[in-house]
Design a protein around this ligand. Structure first.
Ligand SMILES: [Zn+2]
Length: 399
């Protein structure tokens, strides 16, 4: 079965018949076909080539594969239903992690960026080998923080991560939202981290809640600011001016912690105080997001900060941004596709439906732009020309 499918995959073009298709860059096509050969889209529109395998997606809404620029793909609940910690058998951990990968892909997310764990690397490589289902993964491996050392040491660790196979660098420049989010690094340390990474061709994403930490990171030329619960209008202006990406996470991460409190409670700062802070945090980050939207030139990308319990629900960020945050649905779709791809420096390969791009295509039952909840109903998922999910009633798989 597997053998037959893989032979067919290489040998025959695939045609996706669509009725409403969003290209990820703001364009809408009606009744166009998408032609796929191997892993890539070779044509949009025109007539179907002879002998193609056809999937009829005309009952659905078709978009590029969605991208989550901040998902902790290896975080999971263990067999005792607790956020995983020390002492878990590695084999058990591996299967929970594999489930995260499958759930994420099935939800329509064909690429994620994980910031990050050493365990990401083997998962990334296993998925890239082609048999194991999961999203494309970019990882920072282990992040840098205020325990890493002085500026010189931070430069060294950046070089070390590159050697270890990191795709980008993640650095903590502030405390967590549970602890108030104050800055934890000096300007010199942030300059050293982002500067060294840039000189090696690596992007840098910075955990920064306070305005001060976000400002310092923007001045250092770091690529994106993650979370940013307390960023001021002045700093949003600076970020817009410098082209620094903003990756707010308002729809999934805190909600998921609160929904799964017993599974986290008692670990580190997941105490009563921490949970009280997170409960207040839901409204704080929503208000910050609404302010961010008023800065028209600010590049808002799509990250969820998904942790244990949240994988496969990455679409909830989209729903909250549009429904509660008031974001224009088309802008939200561009954010989760082409703009996030651009922030990863991968916009020439993913994030849009066009000739020459990787064939990452998702179909939703309903239209997420007019019915935001349809974002939760990915019924067809293709990544790199291969169909991983097909719940599409009426979709044909015939020659
Ligand atoms: Zn995170």
């Amino acid at each position: 079965m597997t053998l037959l499918c893989s032979i067919a995959l290489g040998a025959q073009p695939i045609v996706l018949k669509t009725s409403t298709m969003y290209d990820g860059k703001g364009g809408t096509r009606h009744n166009a076909i998408v032609v796929i050969e191997g892993s890539k889209i070779t044509r949009v529109g025109g007539a179907a080539p002879a002998g193609a395998i056809t999937y009829d997606l005309t009952k659905f809404t078709v978009t590029p594969g969605w991208i989550d620029t901040h998902a902790h793909i290896v975080y999971h609940f263990d067999n005792n239903n607790r956020s995983s910690g020390r002492g878990e058998p590695q084999m058990q951990a591996a299967w929970h992690i594999a489930e995260n990968a499958v759930a994420t892909l099935d939800a329509g997310f064909t690429t994620i960026q994980s910031p990050g764990s050493f365990e990401d690397k083997d998962l990334r490589d296993a998925i890239a080998r082609g048999l194991m289902p999961g999203p494309r993964i970019l990882t920072s491996l282990q992040p840098l923080d205020d325990h890493t050392g002085d500026a010189q040491k931070m430069r060294e660790v950046v070089r070390e991560r590159k050697q270890q196979g990191a795709d980008f660098i993640k650095v903590f420049a502030s405390k967590s939202i549970r602890e108030g989010g104050q800055i934890t690094l000096t300007q010199e340390q942030i300059d050293a981290t982002c500067g060294e990474a840039r000189s090696l061709g690596l992007r840098t994403i910075v955990h920064a809640h306070s305005a001060e930490s976000a400002k310092a990171s923007t001045l250092a030329g770091c690529t994106s600011i993650e979370h940013g619960a307390y960023i001021t209008d002045e700093v949003f202006d600076l970020m817009a001016q410098r082209g620094t990406y903003y990756d707010p996470n308002i729809g999934l991460v805190l909600q998921n912690y609160l929904e799964n409190k017993p599974k986290y409670f008692g670990i580190g700062n997941y105490n009563e105080e921490g949970f009280a802070f997170m409960e207040k945090g839901v409204a704080i980050v929503l208000e910050t997001f609404k302010r961010a939207l008023k800065h028209k030139d600010l590049k808002i990308i799509y990250g969820t900060d998904a942790t244990a319990g949240a994988h496969g629900q990455n679409y909830r960020e989209f729903i909250v941004r549009v429904r509660d945050g008031g974001m224009d649905p088309m802008a939200a779709l561009i954010s989760v596709t082409s703009l996030s791809a651009k922030s990863l420096n991968l916009d020439d390969q993913i994030g849009s439906i066009a000739s020459g791009m990787q064939a990452d295509v998702v179909a939703f039952d309903g239209n997420p732009l007019s019915d935001v909840n349809a974002a939760s109903r990915a019924v067809f998922v293709m990544k790199g020309g291969r169909v991983y999910q097909n719940l599409a009633h009426g979709a044909q798989h015939a020659r």
